[in-house]
Write a protein that binds this ligand. Structure first.
Ligand code: MN3
Length: 203
C-alpha cells in the first residue's frame, strides 16, 4: 500500500486573500507531494510497515528500524502534518463554537487569550516548524510548537489544530511578515473539523 496525497476539499484560490493560490498550489503539489514520495521510498523495503497508518508509525517511532527512522519522522511527519493542515482550513469564515470553544475558554480564560498564546508560540518558533493546539495525554488542551516536521504524536499528544510556520507556507505573499500570516490564519480555520478532531481525541 502506497501513501497518497489526500484530495483537497477546496480549490487553490479558495483561501484568498489569506493564503494565495500560488502558495497553495506549490505547497500541495510540490512540498506535500515530496513528503509522500519520500515516505513511500523510505518504506520500500519494509512491506510490514507499509500496511501501517502514518499515525501508528509515528506514535511508536522507536519501533521503526533505525535506518529509516529519520526519514519516517521527516516525511511521514510532513505528510501527516500537511494532511491535517489542509483539513482544518476552510474558505468560509467560521467562529469557534461547540465543545472546542467551551474548552478553549475553560483552559485559556477566553478566546482572545488563546489566540494570543497561539500567535506568540507561532511567532517565536525559530526556523522551520509548526504551532499546535493539541490534546495532551491527560486529555487537556495545550499549545506547543515543534521543529521541522516533528509530529506531536511522537510525544503522545494529539494535534487538533496546526499552523505551518515554515517559510514555504507564507513567503510568496507575506515575505518575512510571519505575524500577518498568523493573523490571516484565524480567518480560515475550519472549526467544524477542529471540533470533530477534539471529540475523537477526548472520547
Ligand atoms: Mn509546509
Amino acid at each position: 500500500m502506497k501513501h497518497e496525497l489526500p484530495k483537497l476539499s477546496y480549490n487553490y484560490d479558495s483561501l484568498e486573500p489569506y493564503i494565495d493560490a500560488k502558495t497553495m498550489e506549490i505547497h500541495y503539489t510540490k512540498h506535500h507531494k515530496t513528503y509522500v514520495d519520500k515516505l513511500n521510498s523510505a518504506l520500500e523495503k519494509h512491506p510490514k510497515l507499509q500496511k501501517m497508518r502514518v499515525e501508528e508509525l509515528l506514535r511508536d517511532i522507536d519501533s521503526v528500524p533505525k535506518e529509516i527512522r529519520t526519514a519516517v519522522v521527516n516525511h511521514g511527519g510532513g505528510h501527516l502534518n500537511h494532511s491535517l493542515f489542509w483539513e482544518i482550513l476552510s474558505p468560509k469564515k467560521q467562529a469557534p463554537y461547540g465543545n472546542i470553544a467551551k474548552s478553549i475558554e475553560k483552559t485559556f480564560g477566553n478566546f482572545e487569550n488563546f489566540k494570543k498564546q497561539f500567535t506568540d508560540i507561532a511567532l517565536s518558533k525559530f526556523g522551520s516548524g509548526w504551532a499546535w493546539l493539541l490534546v495532551n495525554n491527560k486529555g487537556k488542551l495545550e499549545i506547543i510548537s515543534t521543529s521541522n516536521q516533528d509530529s506531536p504524536l511522537m510525544d503522545s499528544k494529539t494535534p487538533i489544530l496546526g499552523l505551518d510556520v515554515w517559510e514555504h507556507a507564507y513567503y510568496l505573499k507575506y515575505q518575512n511578515r510571519r505575524n500577518e500570516y498568523v493573523e490571516a490564519f484565524f480567518n480560515i480555520i475550519n472549526w467544524n473539523k477542529v471540533n470533530e478532531l477534539f471529540k475523537e481525541a477526548t472520547d
